[in-house]
Design a binder for this molecule. Structure first.
Ligand SMILES: Cc1cc2nc3c(=O)[nH]c(=O)nc-3n(C[C@H](O)[C@H](O)[C@H](O)COP(=O)(O)OP(=O)(O)OC[C@H]3O[C@@H](n4cnc5c(N)ncnc54)[C@H](O)[C@@H]3O)c2cc1C
Length: 391
C-alpha cells in the first residue's frame, strides 16, 4: 500500500511509541487492570484524539484511512489503547457530521485535545444486538431541557469520560420504534461515580481488554439542557440513524484493531518458532509449525486488504457498508485464529503469563462481539448481497 508522506510520518511515530513505550509495559497494566495514564498522555500529546477532527476545529484533519492505519498499529501494542480512543472518535465523527454549527464550534476543539473525552452508549442490559428495543428515555422538562432515565450497559470509557454520546427514546409511540429515538450529547463530571441523577457502578470485570473501563450507567432523573440534542431540534427522532452510521465506521475501526492483534500474534509466533528447539531443530523447521505460520500470514494479508479497502471507500465517501461488514467479520475471526495459533506455537509457555500470547488470547474475542456480533454481521452481509443479486 502506498502511503502519503503525512501517513508515513504519523505511522512511524505511532510504531515507535508502540515498540518503545507500549509493548514493554503492557503486561504490567493488563495484569493490574490499570488505566495506562502515561501512555494515554503520550497519545494526547501526539494529537491522536483529534486525528480526524478538521483542522479548523483544532484537529489534525486526517482521513479515515489514516485513522485505520494508526488504530492497527496501536492495537499491535494493545487493543485497550485503541479502545480508549474509539468511542471518542465515533462521538467526534457524529458531531462533525450531524451536529449543529454551534455544537461543532464549542465541542470539537475541546475533543481534539482530549480536554473533553467521549464515551458512546447505546447498549442496555436488555438490548445489545436489538438496538431498537432500548428503554432509556429522555423527556422534555418545563425549562425546555431533557430528563434522562434508564440504564445503559457496557459503556467503554464510561467513568473517565466527560461526555457521553447517548441514544434514548424520546417518543415511545413512534412506529417504527427507531423513529422515536434521539442522540444526546450528555456532559458529566469525569471520574465521579455519583452525581445528581447519574450513578456509575464499579468497572465491570472482563476476560481481557483490561485497563480501559467498561461500566454501567444508571440515569435517574439526569438533567441535560435543550442544546444537548445532537443536531438540535432537527435531530429529534434521528438518533438511531446517526448511531447506525457511526457503527458502520466503528466496524472499520474494529477490523483495524483486529489486524493489529493478529499482527502482534504473528510477530510473537514467528520469533518464538525460530528460537525454540525440539527434536534437535528449531520448531520453525517442522512442517506442522510452518503450516500454521502460512495460514496466519495469509489471513493477516487478507484482513489487511479487506480492512484498508473498506477504510479507503468510506474515506472517499463511497457506500461501504458491505465492505466494512466483510472486513469486520473476516479480520476479527482472523485475529481470534492467529491468537490461538500463536498460543499453540508457544506450546505450554503460551499458557503462561510470561508470554504476550496469553493476553492476546484473552483480548481477541472482544473483537468478535463488539460493533455488532459476527453472527449479526453475517446477517447484514447476506441482506446486502441479496439486494445486490436480486433476481
Ligand atoms: C467489553 C465490551 C465493551 C463494549 N463497549 C460498548 C460501548 O462502548 N458502547 C455500547 O453501546 N456498547 C458496547 N458494548 C456492547 C456490545 O456492542 C454488545 O455486547 C453487542 O452488541 C452484543 O449485544 P449483547 O451482549 O446484548 O448480546 P445479544 O444481543 O443478547 O446476543 C446474544 C447472542 O445472540 C446472537 N443473536 C442476537 N440476535 C440474533 C439474530 N437476530 N440472529 C442470529 N443471532 C443473533 C448474538 O450474535 C449473540 O451470539 C461493549 C461490549 C463489551 C463486551
Amino acid at each position: 500500500m502506498e502511503l502519503t508522506t503525512e501517513q508515513d510520518a504519523i505511522l512511524r511515530t505511532v510504531r515507535e511509541f508502540v515498540d518503545k513505550d507500549v509493548l514493554p509495559n503492557v503486561a504490567k497494566y493488563d495484569r493490574a487492570d490499570e488505566f495506562p495514564q502515561p501512555l494515554y498522555e503520550q497519545m494526547v500529546e501526539m494529537g491522536l484524539f483529534g486525528m480526524t477532527i478538521p483542522e479548523e476545529h483544532g484537529g489534525l484533519g486526517l482521513d479515515l484511512m489514516t485513522y485505520a492505519l494508526v488504530v492497527a498499529e496501536l492495537s499491535r501494542g494493545w487493543i485497550s489503547l485503541s479502545g480508549i480512543m474509539n468511542t471518542h472518535f465515533m462521538a467526534a465523527w457524529m458531531i462533525q457530521n450531524f451536529g449543529t454549527a454551534e455544537q461543532k464550534r464549542s465541542l470539537l476543539p475541546l475533543m481534539a485535545t482530549a480536554e473533553l473525552r467521549a464515551a458512546y452508549s447505546m447498549t442496555e442490559p436488555g438490548a445489545g444486538s436489538d438496538v431498537q428495543s432500548i428503554r432509556t428515555t429522555a423527556k422534555r422538562t418545563e425549562d425546555d431541557g431533557w430528563q434522562i432515565d434508564g440504564q445503559k450497559m457496557w459503556s467503554t470509557n464510561g467513568l473517565r469520560s466527560s461526555m457521553i454520546m447517548l441514544l434514548a427514546v424520546t417518543d415511545a409511540s413512534a412506529n417504527p420504534r427507531h423513529k422515536g429515538m434521539t442522540a444526546f450529547i450528555v456532559r458529566k463530571e469525569p471520574n465521579v461515580q455519583h452525581q445528581p441523577g447519574l450513578t456509575i457502578p464499579p468497572n465491570l470485570k472482563k476476560l481481557g481488554y483490561k485497563g480501559v473501563e467498561t461500566t454501567e450507567l444508571v440515569f435517574d432523573g439526569y438533567r441535560v439542557p435543550a442544546d444537548a440534542v445532537l443536531g438540535g431540534e432537527a435531530g429529534i427522532g434521528q438518533g438511531f440513524k446517526y448511531f447506525m452510521a457511526a457503527v458502520e465506521l466503528g466496524r472499520v475501526n474494529v477490523a483495524a484493531r483486529a489486524v493489529g492483534v493478529a499482527r502482534c500474534a504473528f510477530e510473537q509466533a514467528i520469533r518464538y518458532a525460530q528460537e525454540r528447539q525440539t527434536f534437535g531443530r528449531k520448531i520453525a523447521q517442522h512442517q506442522a509449525i510452518q503450516m500454521k505460520l502460512a495460514q496466519m500470514g495469509t489471513q493477516i494479508r487478507a484482513a489487511e486488504l479487506l480492512t484498508f479497502d473498506a477504510a479507503r471507500r468510506k474515506a472517499s465517501g463511497e457506500r461501504a457498508d458491505l465492505e466494512a461488514g466483510m472486513a469486520k467479520l473476516y479480520a476479527t475471526e482472523a485475529a481470534e485464529f492467529c491468537a490461538i495459533e500463536a498460543m499453540r506455537i508457544h506450546g505450554g509457555y503460551g499458557y503462561s503469563q510470561e508470554y504476550m500470547v496469553e493476553r492476546l488470547y484473552r483480548d481477541a474475542p472482544l473483537l468478535i462481539l463488539g460493533e455488532g456480533t459476527n453472527e449479526i454481521q453475517q446477517l447484514l452481509i447476506a441482506r446486502r448481497l441479496l439486494e445486490l443479486h436480486a433476481v
